[in-house]
Design a protein around this ligand. Structure first.
Ligand SMILES: *[C@@H]1O[C@H](CO)[C@@H](O)[C@H](O)[C@H]1NC(C)=O
Ligand SMILES: *[C@@H]1O[C@H](CO)[C@@H](O)[C@H](O)[C@H]1NC(C)=O
Ligand SMILES: *[C@@H]1O[C@H](CO)[C@@H](O)[C@H](O)[C@H]1NC(C)=O
Ligand SMILES: *[C@@H]1O[C@H](CO)[C@@H](O)[C@H](O)[C@H]1NC(C)=O
Ligand SMILES: *[C@@H]1O[C@H](CO)[C@@H](O)[C@H](O)[C@H]1NC(C)=O
Ligand SMILES: *[C@@H]1O[C@H](CO)[C@@H](O)[C@H](O)[C@H]1NC(C)=O
Length: 374
């Protein structure tokens, strides 16, 4: 056993504030743009081969090397170098091979975050080499900072590349360290789902100075003390990231303002084999679900939508459109292979029939592909 766990910590003062931000919250604004989805079930990026256009660097700069991948460096106050995926995923697995940054007050993090501020985190405090924290938030609810846990390792996080994996489904979220489970959170445990992260997420990997003297005292304390930039530069390394998206799609749209996963509309999947690889993750708890009438009255269609992500004051943009051809994101869901939308019956087991429906509906309303992997 390479780690030990301590239970949830009360008085958790910090969160990945440099990485948490939304430009449009669909639970308070019904006209937010759709999110650009990852339209395939498997994706990986190898930063030892250089930078990737699938990721936007939020601020500062990064350098790349064939041995250590992306180097994200803090040299002065205000730096928060973060790689942000240009796409969102909707349940899935995210594995990051990385080394945390050293430095008092420096926080390294892997953040999955949605537009309505659902969040799943790994966090490292630069002054503590042999520990990683896990955390989550639902709908930006930060009223109680009691969701974090500490995982103690018997060797360092800063000198060795380690595999930090999240397997995120509608039923549970599991944190794996080098293949071993260090935490599982169930839907019910998170305030009966109310605080459970369940909406399409962007992936943000980077560091920030929790110990910057401009931060709140509690944040500085949580980060392990005030950062002395003259001790820097402080660098975290990201070698590679593997992603499985359980609901591939060109875009994700909030069908209503609940922020419930059953309200999410997946459209425009280009792949037809998408379900096969997601089912290979034996650790994930999966079920299939057909949302019934969620599709009917949503008139969220847009000629062009813009998904905006922002970190530490700078932003990145990627665009998508929600009116193009849509097809079933999954044909392996053999149960309940039909659903109703505007009293029409959608045959979700056949992509071509979906496409036919879309062309009929595209002018007036957004098509909802009602079956997705959870
Ligand atoms: C809602 O979102 C749209 C699109 O981003 C934006 O133009 C509008 O200002 C927002 N409305 C409010 C009340 O924030
Ligand atoms: C926020 O979460 C806390 C538990 O951490 C809960 O008591 C509270 O009701 C939640 N607030 C909302 C608005 O859901
Ligand atoms: C990381 O661990 C996950 C499971 O814990 C595994 O599926 C994945 O292949 C691993 N990735 C690497 C690069 O070792
Ligand atoms: C919309 O997206 C589809 C698929 O991504 C693309 O083929 C089409 O050209 C786009 N249409 C517009 C108007 O951008
Ligand atoms: C899903 O689609 C693929 C590719 O079209 C096909 O080979 C496979 O048989 C389909 N599976 C089901 C369950 O329909
Ligand atoms: C649904 O689609 C499948 C595959 O295209 C087809 O075999 C089947 O007849 C369709 N069923 C209905 C009710 O349209």
């Amino acid at each position: 056993m390479r780690f030990s766990k301590t239970a949830a910590v009360a008085g958790f003062a910090g969160l990945a504030s440099a990485q948490t931000y939304t430009s449009c919250n669909p639970t308070t604004n019904s006209s937010c743009p759709s999110d650009t989805g990852l339209d395939k079930s498997s994706y990986s990026v190898d930063f030892t081969a250089g930078e990737s256009s699938d990721w936007t660097l939020s601020s500062s700069s990064a350098s790349y090397s064939s041995s250590t991948g992306a180097a994200l460096t803090i040299t002065e106050s205000g730096n928060a170098p973060t790689l942000i995926s240009n796409f969102y995923i909707f349940f899935g697995r995210v594995s990051v091979l990385m080394r945390a940054s050293p430095g008092t007050g420096i926080v390294s993090s892997i953040v999955l975050e949605s537009d309505d501020l659902d969040e799943v985190d790994w966090e490292w405090i630069g002054g503590v080499d042999d520990q990683v924290q896990t955390d989550y938030f639902g709908k930006g609810n930060t009223t109680a900072y009691d969701r974090g846990t500490y995982v103690n390792l018997d060797s360092g996080t800063q000198s060795d590349f380690r595999n930090y994996t999240l397997v995120w489904t509608s039923a549970s979220t599991t944190w794996y360290l080098d293949g071993e489970v260090v935490r599982t959170l169930t839907y019910a445990e998170a305030l009966n789902g109310k605080n459970y992260p369940q909406t399409p997420m962007q992936i943000k990997v980077g560091s920030w100075a929790g110990g910057d003297s401009s931060n709140a005292e509690g944040t500085i304390e949580w980060a392990g003390g005030e950062t002395d930039y003259s001790d820097g530069p402080f660098t975290m390394y990201v070698k590679s990231i593997e992603i499985e998206n359980y609901n591939p799609g060109a875009s994700y749209t909030y069908g209503d303002m609940t922020g419930d996963y059953t309200s999410i509309v997946v459209s425009g999947s280009s792949s037809s084999d998408d379900s096969s690889s997601s089912t290979s993750t034996s650790t994930a708890t999966k079920s299939t679900k057909t949302s019934s009438t969620k599709t009917s009255a949503t008139t969220v269609s847009k000629a062009t939508s813009t998904a905006k992500a922002s970190t530490g004051g700078s932003s990145s943009e990627s665009s998508s459109n929600g009116t193009s051809t849509s097809s079933s994101s999954s044909n392996s869901t053999t149960t309940s292979a039909s659903s109703t939308a505007s009293s029409s019956t959608v045959n979700v087991s056949g992509a071509s029939s979906i496409a036919g429906q879309v062309s009929m509906w595209a002018a007036s309303a957004l098509l909802a592909v009602a079956v997705f992997n959870l």
